[in-house]
Design a protein around this ligand. Sequence first.
Ligand code: SF4
Length: 199
Amino acid sequence: MSEVPGPPSVSQLLIGLARLGQAVRMEAWRNAGPHNLSPLQADIVTLLHGKPHPIRQGEIVTALASTPPTVSDAVKVLRKKELLEGSRDPGDARALLLGLTPLGREEADRLRSQSETLSGAVAALSPSDFAAMLRGTTTLMRELQERRAIPISQMCLTCRFFVPRAHPDNPDRPHHCNFVDTPFGDAELRVTCPDHETA
Ligand code: SF4
């Protein structure tokens, strides 16, 4: 006899999220590309590409919620592959700043193109489901950030320029970004934005 569906189950949602995370990770392994990047190496290249200037290794550890030895090993490999270069930090002679080489920037551009499998699956969502998922994802991310379970992201929900529900008479674009002075909707929420400033 089949079970009668009960109230919404947190465990079912968590299992679903874990499956999605698995799919993203598997695609990252498949997308190793010409430099045979591991998912962590790809994450480092992508992170550095989003930074306006080179950063310290410790910042990479924090941003990716990893450990110093793990990031150190990945950085060594990336420097051997000539995707990363180090320069002395003018503020601290003992510290090294890490940035992308021209080859690294080329690889970052390749990584930016979405996997067809993942983008094809996302394309199956209706516009309202897409907006609801983005809203739910950013809400979960903010809650997990507040519980220090994941690193801080530069997302709208924690940005000083974000004014939620500033336009109640505009259901499609109820929020406002004071940085570009424009209304926008849930489907345009950012989980990472170069113009973000922490609220
Ligand atoms: S600056 Fe970026 S993160 Fe901040 S509200 Fe605007 S779009 Fe969102």
